[in-house]
Design a protein around this ligand. Structure first.
Ligand code: GDP
Ligand code: IMO
Ligand code: MG
Length: 424
């Protein structure tokens, strides 16, 4: 298998976890390259469900090396809890997991600041997962961040933590009227984490270069989605990393010339959690009915996901940014009961037809979708395993989307379980 980057094509939760788990079978290394435990990747195996937040979804397979790249921000508490959770479910996490020694750490003050900033924004809030992701990336870029490797040097860790707390406690007390954090408490806790995490720390670019030399295959597991990218998404309603294909190189230290394929995962419709523009969003009773059909509740925060029709305008932009070689369509089965299905092919904005994604978030917020309507198939697809056996209208739907985007589909998913998959 080639080295493949798996990317969420729109707002996250496309079913990347299921697809990464499936493709892990054919690869040797699985690496997360951005985000943190804001992600929630669900894998269903038999009657068991696993939700991975930080550890690559490949961990559920034996004999695969799972890596957390430098582009990820790591909450050590969340990492240790996830390891414990997996071990309690019989999944062995030891030599098969390595964490980049230059990945940045999330601290309790990041989580607190995330929460307080959101609160202060009122109705302009982003709707973050409150995992401290934004503040941790902000520290990284402003060169205040503390990295995994600092955990190994008590003196320098202590200095860096003290400097950070001086600034953060000032901010917490004087800007947000919050409580300051105790240096000693964080120091002691993080030194305990250090002892536990030290055996997992590694030079990830070296491991991956060695893998490439040995002709091993690497799967890059994206978190979030293209429209949540801090550069290309619906700014400021985005996350703080680059979930797009290019992020795979920056977030792991693997050069672009070593990436062979980019695969975009998309739902058969659209969803979004958190605030921000979503032109094709459903409203009224239908919205609630549809959410129940798709079981659209966040895997990390449990929040109800906003649902809407497939948006080919946003998807064309996602194709432009990621240059997908293939697309994977998930959750086709959720559309099984619909009489008609809509695809958004353009927007109307102040009487003007827009066929391209408008970069101005205010414009996007005020766009009205222009739809193409296709007949539904009104029958269950869940048991189908052969593309040709899908109802003709389901194939027509998939093929129309492929035509609009100019990208072929190579997998269609018709259920959450591994076997509920059609390879084209
Ligand atoms: P991720 O963040 O992209 O990995 O996606 P999530 O795990 O947050 O959300 C996807 C949800 O859809 C999970 O509950 C999956 O178990 C479920 N799922 C994945 N593929 C399918 C599918 O083809 N059909 C149905 N009905 N559910 C699916
Ligand atoms: P996976 O990997 C869906 C959203 C949040 C919020 C915005 C910023 O499971 O697809 P953050 O906490 O990152 O600062 O929040 O991004 N968000 C996600 N939405 N899936 C995710 O991950 C998400 N991770 C963050 O809801 O709107
Ligand atoms: Mg998710």
């Amino acid at each position: 298998m080639p080295n493949i980057v798996i990317v969420g094509s729109l707002f996250g939760d496309e079913g990347k976890g299921k697809i990464v788990d499936l493709l892990t079978e054919k690869c040797d290394y699985v690496v997360r390259f951005q985000g943190g435990n804001n992600a929630g990747h669900t894998v269903e195996i038999g009657d068991e469900q696993f939700i991975l937040h930080l550890i690559p979804s490949g961990i559920l397979h034996n004999n695969k090396v799972c890596l957390i790249g430098n582009g990820v921000v790591v909450d050590p508490q969340a990492l240790l809890e996830e390891m414990q959770f997996l071990e309690s479910r019989g999944i062995f996490v030891d030599g098969n997991l390595k964490v980049s020694d230059i990945a940045h750490l999330i601290f309790p003050y990041h989580k607190k600041l995330d929460e307080l900033r959101e609160h202060k924004k009122g109705n302009k809030k982003i709707g973050t997962t409150k995992r401290g992701i934004g503040p941790a990336y902000a520290d990284k870029v402003s060169r205040m961040g503390i990295r995994m490797i600092d955990l190994l040097n008590e003196k320098s860790f202590s200095e860096k933590l003290r400097n950070n707390l001086e600034e953060k406690n000032d901010l917490l007390k004087n800007v947000y009227a919050g409580q300051p954090f105790s240096f000693q408490e964080i120091f002691d806790t993080y030194m305990e984490y250090a002892a536990k995490i030290k055996p997992y720390l590694a030079n990830v670019p070296m491991i991956l270069m060695d893998a490439i030399k040995k002709r091993k295959n690497i799967l890059f597991e994206g978190a979030q989605g293209t429209m949540l990218d801090v550069d290309f998404g619906t700014y400021p309603y985005v996350t703080s990393s680059n979930p797009t294909a290019g992020g795979a190189c920056i977030g792991t230290g693997v050069a672009p010339s070593k990436i062979d394929q980019v695969i975009g995962v998309t739902k058969a419709y659209s969803t979004r959690v958190g605030e921000g523009p979503f032109p094709t969003e459903f409203s009224g009773d239908f919205a609630g009915w549809f959410r129940e059909q798709g079981k659209e509740f966040g895997a990390t925060t449990g929040r109800p996901r906003r649902c809407g029709w497939f948006d080919a305008v946003l998807m064309k932009y996602s194709v432009l940014i990621n240059h997908f070689d293939y697309l994977v369509m998930t959750k086709l089965d959720v559309l099984d009961k619909l009489e008609t299905i809509k695809i958004c092919t353009a927007y109307m904005y102040k009487g003007e037809l827009l066929e391209l994604f408008p970069q101005d978030t205010d414009v996007l917020t005020n766009c009205t979708p222009v739809y193409e309507e296709l007949p539904g198939w009104m029958q269950s697809t869940n048991a189908i395993r052969d593309y040709k056996k899908l109802p003709a209208n389901a194939r027509a739907y998939i093929e129309r989307i492929s035509e609009l985007l100019g990208v072929p589909f190579n997998i269609v998913s018709i259920g959450a379980k591994r076997e509920e998959t059609i390879f084209i």
